[in-house]
Design a protein around this ligand. Structure first.
Ligand SMILES: Nc1nc2c(ncn2[C@@H]2O[C@H](COP(=O)(O)OP(=O)(O)OP(=O)(O)O)[C@@H](O)[C@H]2O)c(=O)[nH]1
Ligand SMILES: [Mg+2]
Length: 379
């Protein structure tokens, strides 16, 4: 890779974008990077993004105390001006020296539609870091045919490969999940198929090998590489194969209960029902927060049909009331997802003798990506 060393520039804020497919670990590493930078006395501002609203990611990042702006209802590339507005709002709020942005996990073409326009229009304001594509190695091995079980359709796999093709840094995460031999085989395959990227491997969960990557993000800038070819019809069709559901649910219980157990149970029910449709889960994530404050929160994630639901953050005390947020992305009809979510909530409420009232629910297929700008590199 040919990243350029940057001299320290006092007045320019740094813009770091960490892409990668749904469930790769983007929000997890953003929180680590934000803590790392804060520890070096740098002010950070975080930007989350989704096709819908009511985001688990925003809830999780705010619960960790980071100033976070959410761009809902479309991806960065299609809502470029909202991205700039979000950065402006963060600047008014806390004057960040580093912006960390997480694009939608089904998005690609970020260099041409976000990084290059940002540099051309706001080059006097932001210094753009190299684009990273974060990788879940189990998913990557399946999609690159090193292991069986990819399950996603060819057009979804097309998007996955395009995310890798445009990366300057391919960052294999979750190295705790595979053997050294399988990691080496994956690294070799990625190097062979995507030769323009530098390949790193990290384990966000164990905080392993993060610093060399963070140094690249904070000390080098985005090289002006040629814009990749992308078939927007295929890309749009691939995104539209994914069903998207975001729901906000109010929990009420007469008796105190263990909220951690409750969301793990709900996640397992949802996972089984989606898998019964013969549909691959891209990411199912839930948070349950108490009304007393965002810091009290339980979170669960499932990033494949065959993964046991994992409790991330946990509630320390029993609860009677709470707000449940469900974000589910899977390759299936969104109406089928709605049916599953509503029936799972009803059966869980009956079994646990609690009220689970749906306050807000949206489900859809992402619309065709129509970027505000699409540019070749400048300079
Ligand atoms: N085993 C393991 N799991 C990890 C690691 N890093 C992150 N995860 C888990 O991966 C799951 C998804 O993480 P997120 O950070 O939410 O992924 P994301 O890329 O932001 O997902 P989307 O926003 O839906 O695209 C969570 O359960 C994380 O705890 C890791 O190093 N090892
Ligand atoms: Mg995320």
């Amino acid at each position: 890779m040919t990243e350029t060393e940057t001299p320290p520039a006092k007045n320019l804020a740094r813009y770091i974008m960490i892409g990668g497919f749904l469930g790769a670990g983007k929000t997890t590493v953003m929180a680590h990077l934000a803590r790392h930078l804060t520890g070096r006395n740098l002010k950070v501002g975080l930007i989350t993004n989704d096709q819908g609203s009511g985001l688990v990611d925003t809830t999780i990042l705010r619960s960790q105390g980071f100033p976070t702006q959410e761009i809902a209802g479309g991806c960065f590339c299609c809502r470029f001006n909202s991205l700039v507005d979000a950065a402006r709002r963060l600047t008014d709020e806390s004057r960040p020296e580093v912006f960390l942005a997480e694009p939608v996990g089904s998005c690609t073409d970020l260099l041409a539609t976000v990084s290059y326009p940002l540099r051309r229009i706001y080059g006097d304001r932001y210094r753009i870091a190299p684009l990273s594509t974060l990788v879940d190695p189990i998913r990557a091995r399946r999609i690159l045919d090193l292991d069986p079980g990819a399950r996603f359709s060819e057009k979804v796999r097309y998007i996955y490969r395009k995310q890798l093709e445009e990366a300057q840094l391919i960052v294999i995460n979750k190295t705790d999940l595979l053997s050294a031999k399988d990691l080496q085989e994956l690294t070799d395959r990625l190097a062979q198929e995507f030769p323009r990227a530098r390949i790193l491997s990290i384990c966000a969960r164990r905080r392993a090998n993060l610093i060399p990557w963070f140094d690249l993000l904070t000390e080098t800038t985005q090289p002006g590489l040629p814009t990749m070819e992308l078939d927007y019809d295929r890309y749009a069709e691939g995104e539209a194969l994914l069903g998207w559901l975001n729901a906000t649910v109010r929990l009420q219980s007469a008796a105190e209960l263990d909220g951690n157990e409750l969301i793990v149970e709900l996640t397992a029910i949802l996972q089984h029902q989606v898998t019964d449709l013969d549909s691959e889960i891209a990411h199912l994530k839930l948070t349950l927060s108490t009304q007393s404050g965002l810091e009290a929160l339980a979170s669960v994630n499932v990033v494949r049909h065959d993964l046991v639901p994992e409790l991330g953050q946990r509630l320390e005390t029993p609860i009677r009331t709470g707000e449940l947020i469900i974000n589910l992305r899977a390759e299936t009809d969104p109406k089928a997802l709605e049916k599953i979510v509503r029936s799972s909530l009803t059966s869980l409420a009956k079994r646990r003798n609690v009220i689970l009232a749906v306050e807000d629910l949206e489900c859809f297929r992402p619309g065709r990506p129509t970027p505000t700008f699409r540019e070749e590199a400048v300079g």
